[in-house]
Design a binder for this molecule. Structure first.
Ligand code: HAM
Length: 444
């Protein structure tokens, strides 16, 4: 039998409820800050990621899903969302709109990595980008969006790690100092770090290999090497974060795994820090649009890993919506009763109820077991007597009470009963995504 590919997940109905909740919360938060949704293709020309993300990054060197299509075009599944969004910004002339252009996206991304808890080959991101403005207020804004989103989901004990890694004016000098610091220790570094010393020295700072830690800890700090404009940008950002009430911790070794960053970089980590713990990360990427062939376009953004957010929500016991169950289960006995059930069920659906009709040939006992297993609140029993009298027997599956209701009044009766039960159980106060949504769907 076939299995889903390694590092991918099937999301079954009891979990899609939770996923939709995460996605709707993300949309709602982004909308509250004035961000509009953008959707870009799942695959792009490979060159976009080679240039955008950087050839010397793990993502491009080791993890990219790259293929040639039948027309001979070199394509890749997106390993992240930012390069595509900036490509779309340039392609559609969004620079002509008021700046910054505020965009968000809910995407799947693909990285060929060793799967483990919280690390998948296909994963989901909530991506937020403010493109076309270098104001540190934009940096504070996107960090606030991430922070509010996670806070409102109920996650506790998170930290925002913050650093500035300078720009093309001050960074070259810093890199020279960093390489000069590391070179005498080259023989003591791990194989990856020896390579990084030549290809991507900034990444030396966040090597996870224990024997490299002491060198990284004592290395020169990026914040100490900032030029005046970068230093004042960082200082302003910090005052804005303070004013917005977003707590953060300075993290002098934070550099991120993508090449496009300038100035601000940040990550959000949960309380228990492990290799795969980062929930979300981002930063400023003022040079990316130019690298992709456009005009100089300052920009800042982040992506949050929804798979990891969900793992953390579950680990912390945060409230999540339960499995969706139908409101009403129709229990027909025989073909005649099934025929009668069809229009009656539709009339109830037209009032916004979720209704299933029991299938197969079953005894009334088996039918009622079916009704119980469905999780529905009410069962509508349609046997020979009910058909003759054109009155259904409506049973409250939790309380057991039963009521005869004329077919003509059935839909209204079911809707009222379900509404009353919802109010009584305080369902409206439960995590959004169930009852309010169903109403929305029925109205449209
Ligand atoms: P990133 O740090 O590569 O940044 O990914 C962002 C988040 O995606 C991570 O913090 C993590 O939660 C999640 N993530 C990454 N890889 C995996 C994986 N293999 N399995 C599960 N979750 C994963 C970016 O992607 C940048 N585009 C962020 C950005 C937007 N910077 C500026 N704008």
């Amino acid at each position: 039998m076939f299995q889903s590919p390694r590092g991918t997940q099937d999301i079954l109905p009891e979990d899609t409820v939770v996923w939709r909740y995460l996605e709707r919360r993300a949309e709602a938060t982004a909308c509250r800050f004035g961000y509009g949704e953008i959707r870009t293709p799942t695959f792009e020309e490979t060159g976009l990621f080679l240039r955008g993300v950087g050839e010397a990054t793990d993502i491009v060197e080791k993890e990219i899903y790259r293929f040639e299509d039948k027309g001979g075009t070199d394509l890749a599944l997106r390993p992240e969302g930012t390069a595509s969004i900036v490509r779309a910004y340039l392609q559609h002339g969004l620079a002509n709109q008021p700046q910054p252009v505020r965009l968000y996206a809910l995407i799947t991304a693909y990285r060929y990595d060793r799967p483990q808890a919280g690390r998948f080959r296909e994963f989901r991101q909530f991506d937020v980008e403010a493109i076309g403005d270098d104001d540190p207020l934009c940096d504070a804004e996107v960090i606030s969006i991430l922070w509010r989103y996670l806070e409102e989901l109920g996650l506790r004990g998170l930290s925002v790690l913050l650093n500035s890694i300078g720009d093309p004016v001050c960074r070259p000098e810093y890199i020279r100092a960093l390489v000069a610091y590391y070179e005498p220790h080259e023989g003591e570094l791990c194989a990856d770090c020896r390579r990084r010393l030549r290809t991507n020295p900034l990444r030396l700072l966040d090597c996870k290999v224990p024997s490299c830690q002491p060198f990284a800890e004592a290395a020169p700090k990026t914040v100490d090497a900032l030029c005046e404009p970068c230093a004042s940008h960082f200082a302003d950002l910090r005052t804005y974060l303070d004013a917005a009430g977003v707590p953060y911790v300075l993290a002098p070794r934070l550099v991120r795994g993508l090449d496009y960053y300038t100035r601000t970089v940040f990550e959000v980590v949960p309380p228990r820090i492990g290799a795969q713990s980062t929930i979300g990360g981002g930063g400023r990427y003022d040079g990316l649009a130019e690298v992709l062939g456009g005009k100089h376009t300052p920009a800042v953004g982040f992506a949050a890993g929804l798979d990891r957010i969900l793992l953390n929500l579950r680990a912390q016991g945060c409230p999540l919506p339960g499995a969706e169950v139908p409101d009403v289960f129709f229990a027909p006995l025989g073909v005649e009763a099934k025929r009668a059930a069809l229009p009656l069920a539709d009339a109830a659906r037209a009032r916004g109820l979720s209704v299933v009709i029991g299938t197969g040939d079953r005894s009334m006992r088996a039918r009622m077991r079916q009704a119980g297993a469905s999780g529905a609140r009410l069962a509508v029993i349609l046997g020979d007597d009910e058909l003759r009298e054109r009155r259904a027997a409506v049973k409250d599956l939790a309380g057991g009470a039963q009521q005869a209701v004329a077919f003509a009044d059935l839909a209204a009766y079911l809707a009222e009963t379900v509404d009353r039960a919802r109010e009584g159980s305080g369902e409206a106060a439960a995590p959004a995504g169930l009852a309010p949504d169903r109403e929305g769907e029925a109205a449209s």
